[in-house]
Unconditional design. Structure first.
Length: 290
């Protein structure tokens, strides 16, 4: 090693050490994040301790005098959790698959034709769907699904696919436009059609964005209450949020059993989100940059 290389290495090491020494923790920002995290931790704590109390102790923040673990068993039987969870899983998985197969292709078509007036209109039309309150279109949707005999799980899957297209396009189009067009031109020279180019070139590159869209769609479909309420007419098809409505009545509410049911319903998606949150954040960040 020459003296010049040694000098350069020493300077680089000194610069790295200097950067590390200059790096300081922003305690004000850390304190703000800690305080804001209480908005999640406090309700979560209240939910857990309430699920383990008697109905008479519900409503207080203190620990239960005796741990009522049977609330989870009672909630499991009351809600018929296996059947409700199976319905929710079928709807969620099918909605995610159909969304990935359709919304991403629409995003690709719009992203590659933004210079055309019709596709620009489609882009802003789909984005406008994000700003329309669901309560405005709730009754027309319920009436339409009933008249088309789609007041079932299939209709609910179609609704999740269509109503989520605005957000999904907003996430996906920015990422697709960052993919070099030269990749598609090279595939087209080799004789590939537009359909084949999308599935063999573009779709594999959209892995982080597809993961983000899949996770957001799964969280929405699993936790949604209002859309299944106005769409499903068969009691045997009810999802977990609908089945949990059995704990609420006009004269009484069994809060401990209800909260135990909420925790069981929250567990699957919470586990999925904990392991997949990096794709959600990374996908949104990539989609925001052209």
């Amino acid at each position: 090693m020459t003296s010049a290389n040694v000098s350069t290495t020493a300077k680089g090491s000194a610069g790295t050490v200097g950067l590390r020494k200059d790096h300081k923790i922003n305690w004000w920002l850390t304190a703000a994040v800690a305080v804001l995290s209480l908005t999640i931790l406090v309700p979560l704590y209240f939910t857990v301790v309430t699920a383990l109390k008697t109905p008479g102790e519900a409503g207080s923040f203190g620990l239960p005098s005796s741990w009522q673990w049977h609330n989870f068993v009672d909630a499991w039987n009351k809600v018929n959790y296996p059947k409700a969870a199976l319905n929710s899983a079928i709807i969620t998985v099918c909605a995610v698959v159909l969304t990935l197969l359709t919304n991403t292709f629409v995003a690709y078509a719009v992203a590659r034709n933004m210079d055309k007036r019709f596709f620009r209109f489609l882009y802003y039309f789909f984005l406008a769907m994000m700003f329309v309150p669901f309560t405005v279109i709730m009754l027309p949707i319920a009436k339409e699904m009933g008249s088309l005999h789609l007041d079932n799980q299939l209709g609910l899957i179609i609704l999740y696919t269509i109503l989520g297209i605005g957000t999904n396009l907003f996430i996906a189009i920015g990422f697709i436009r960052s993919i070099p067009v030269s990749l598609e031109e090279a595939a087209r020279i080799d004789g590939a059609s537009t359909w084949r180019i999308f599935w063999t070139v573009i779709f594999p590159l959209m892995g982080p964005i597809n993961a983000t869209i899949a996770i957001l769609t799964a969280l929405w479909a699993w936790n949604d209450f209002l859309l299944p309420l106005i769409t499903l007419t068969d009691q045997s098809n009810q999802t977990i949020p609908l089945a949990q409505y059995v704990f609420q009545s006009q004269f009484t509410s069994n809060y401990p059993m209800a909260f135990a049911s909420y925790l069981m319903a929250m567990a699957p998606v919470l586990i999925v989100y904990v392991f997949a949150q990096k794709w959600v954040v990374g996908g949104v960040m990539r989609g925001a940059v052209k």
